[in-house]
Design a binder for this molecule. Sequence first.
Ligand code: HEC
Ligand code: HEC
Ligand code: HEC
Length: 436
Amino acid sequence: MKKLKIVGGVVVVAVVVAGVMLYQNGNTQTDNVADNVTLAKTPLQNVDAQALARGKYIAIAGDCVACHTLPGGKGAFSGGYKIDTPFGGIYASNITPDEQDGIGNWTEREFFNAVRHGKGKSGENLYPAMPYNAYVKVSDRDMHDLWLYMRSVEPVANKVTATDLPFPYNIRMAMMGWNLLFFKNDAFTADSTQTAQYNRGAYLVEGLEHCAACHTPKNIIGGDTSAYLQGSNLGVWHAPEITSNSYTGIGSWSNEQIVQYLKTGSNHVAVASGPMAEAVTNSTQHLTDDDLQAIATYLKAQKGSNNKAPAALTADSSLMKQGANVYAANCSACHNSNGKGIPGLAASLANNPGIVAPDATSLFTTVLEGGRGAVTVSNPTSGAMPSFAWKLSDQQVAAAVTYIRNSWGNSAPAVSEQQAAKMREKLHLPAQMASQ
Ligand code: HEC
Ligand code: HEC
Ligand code: HEC
């Protein structure tokens, strides 16, 4: 890991030079925004209520609140939430109209430049933890409505801790090189060979909803690889493949089943937990059915990876035998001996693509830490799973996870005791209690 970081550092430094020489702010899609009116100073009385309502919808689709609000902090959009990246923590800004601590003194153009081009008020580069590489696709009209909405939110005095990353990531100039390599400064263009519904889905997934921020794997300096939406490791979670691959992706889900997952937080097999529960709770559950259908249509049209199911491990291997025992004693009460769970409550482990993902990180996290499904308007209680960290040894956890990945028609590589131990450490969980 240390080696990777050093390599990453050298790459960053090298690309700074290239970036300074070559990066240009080439996107010229807007030019009718006000340079002299600031966020806090425009009177709200003259604003068209419909535009304001549209702006609120844009803010929800962009899930601005998720990063810009510290849970238990001073209020919506007032910043201070720390986003962990492999390079260190980055604090999200206060984006309320407060003139001291927020963006009350920003003009509309400065706001556009930040959201779509990753530029701070004085033109400095923002870190790409702010997903401007997706928001660059947001249309002028949506940006303008969003600007109107941001004007209407409560100003909050809250000075956010300055981000302090180690060298070389502390150099904001370095982001110029990053931008050169990974930031495509292009507005959204509809694909004329596709339907309007597909294009609406593309606009939302690639832009406002920034699904690729979590679902597309990254290279060592945090740029998107070409394996678009093919699954990515987020530290203690894995965001699975969400393309039409029917083994590790969601190719076997109907559009209705995708919509149901994004709207209610669960469907016939899966329950959204961890970062996806937050995305559903804050954002996708509030989208219109038409928009959710559009997203489903777009996802189903993505070809995805070439992952193919391997032969399942046989039930008589010792790991599988041990796994079957652990499962019967600890899991079957909720997930059932046929692995099908309790619809809408406990996830099905059978026929659930997330369970056979090449990266089993989310499975370890769920078993060790327990979990809770997304809380939504249509499922206000959701289901919860207890933590097994105190009860099961690393060996037992590995056996159970291997077992669920290779039963009821599932097949996926076995996982090891060492992987379970590493995840326990990452999650800061104590070892199994001695009496077990
Ligand atoms: C995935 C997390 C994330 C999401 C989602 C997000 N932001 Fe950000 N945003 C950040 C972070 C982190 C920063 C600070 C970046 C830095 O310090 O370089 C930031 C910075 C900003 C800034 C610059 C503020 C300043 O003082 O320099 C603005 C404006 C902004 N975001 C607006 C938005 C809006 C509007 C949305 C929704 C459309 C949004 N952000 C969604 C993480 C996020
Ligand atoms: C903040 C990170 C994040 C964002 C943003 C995000 N996801 Fe997810 N997503 C995840 C994680 C993590 C999971 C796995 C959840 C679990 O194991 O319960 C997931 C699971 C899913 C699943 C279920 C896949 C399966 O096989 O179970 C679908 C479908 C999905 N996401 C679609 C989307 C779409 C569409 C978007 C954009 C609208 C999106 N996600 C945005 C992190 C994210
Ligand atoms: C008290 C009921 C209960 C027990 C016992 C239980 N689970 Fe769960 N499990 C749930 C619920 C509810 C969910 C959905 C919420 C979540 O993902 O956290 C879930 C989710 C999961 C998931 C994630 C599925 C997805 O779609 O993201 C896995 C993997 C899992 N359980 C495995 C296990 C294993 C292995 C055991 C035994 C060691 C076990 N569970 C015991 C209730 C339970």
